[in-house]
Design a protein around this ligand. Structure first.
Ligand code: NAP
Length: 236
């Protein structure tokens, strides 16, 4: 049966889901926040920009059979809105959340609950690869360390001692190795995003470097969450 599916996107999983849904003849629209100027576009229809809060999203669900929140694990506000709007509109919601990473032998990870906690845990004089994305850089502006800030778009602020590298992942392991070596990085700070961007963690392990890994915000209670595109398809 053909379904009208609204996918809240901005992730590789959301793009993969849109491709499979379109291939199977479903009417899929992907919603992007509009944060990146040249996003990788998914199959099917695309709409861009915020909905204007819960009410706006609920209104947009008028002609939708299923809402899939496939946003990034750290896009907690959008997920909260999705739960509230789907409830209000009486539309079923599925949350697609890829699993986080698990430390293996040789990993020197310290898990921290927030970007602020990561900033507080950075030792003075460190040379940090800051790979937490553009929006969180402000948490690090008062830290006494040198930063290699990597983001897709330029952040609004930078720490006083920083170099900016604009790049979009996922990155090849060899490139991550070269980056850590070229900049004599002593610490990696990253979000526990999960997925394909783990090469920086592998390169850090190989170099016996410590990593501060920011924990994901918890999912709202009672949400129906699955980990893979296949599970979404099975549920549809
Ligand atoms: P957020 O803080 O949870 O959301 C803030 C607001 O942005 C939402 O209330 C909503 O505005 C709008 N928004 C977010 N995602 C949207 C979407 N897919 N479609 C339409 N509007 C959206 O989100 P964020 O952390 O800024 O992330 C924004 C986007 O970037 C998400 O789509 C996410 O998948 C992607 N992303 C985020 C991260 C990250 O680390 N946070 C990393 C990679 C990709 P309204 O209230 O006006 O509807």
């Amino acid at each position: 049966m053909t379904r009208r599916v609204l996918v809240l996107g901005g992730t590789a999983e959301a793009r993969e889901l849109a491709t499979v849904l379109a291939d199977r003849g479903h009417a899929v629209t992907t919603s992007l926040a509009g944060r990146t100027r040249h996003p990788r576009l998914p199959a099917g229809e695309v709409r861009t920009g915020g909905f204007g809060g819960v009410e706006g999203l609920a209104a947009a669900l008028g002609d939708v059979d299923v809402l899939v929140d496939a946003t990034h694990p750290f896009a907690a506000r959008m997920t909260e809105h999705a739960v509230a709007a789907a409830g209000r509109a009486g539309v079923p919601l599925l949350v697609l959340r890829r699993p986080g990473w698990t430390a293996g032998p040789g990993d020197r990870w310290t898990r921290v609950p927030s970007l602020d906690a990561a900033a507080a845990a950075i030792p003075g004089g460190a040379r940090v690869l800051l790979a937490t994305g553009r929006q969180g850089v402000g948490a690090f502006v008062e830290v006494d360390a040198w930063f290699l800030v990597r983001a897709i778009e330029p952040p609004d602020v930078l720490p006083p001692r920083a170099e900016l590298v604009l790049a979009r992942g996922p990155f090849a392991l060899d490139d991550e190795r070269a980056l850590l070596d070229r900049h004599a990085i002593t610490l990696v700070v990253a979000k526990d995003s999960g997925g394909a961007t783990e090469a920086k963690l592998v390169a850090a392990r190989e170099r016996d470097l410590p990593v501060l890994l920011v924990d994901r915000p918890p999912l709202p209670e009672g949400v129906d969450a699955v980990a893979t595109v296949d599970e979404v398809l099975a549920r549809l």
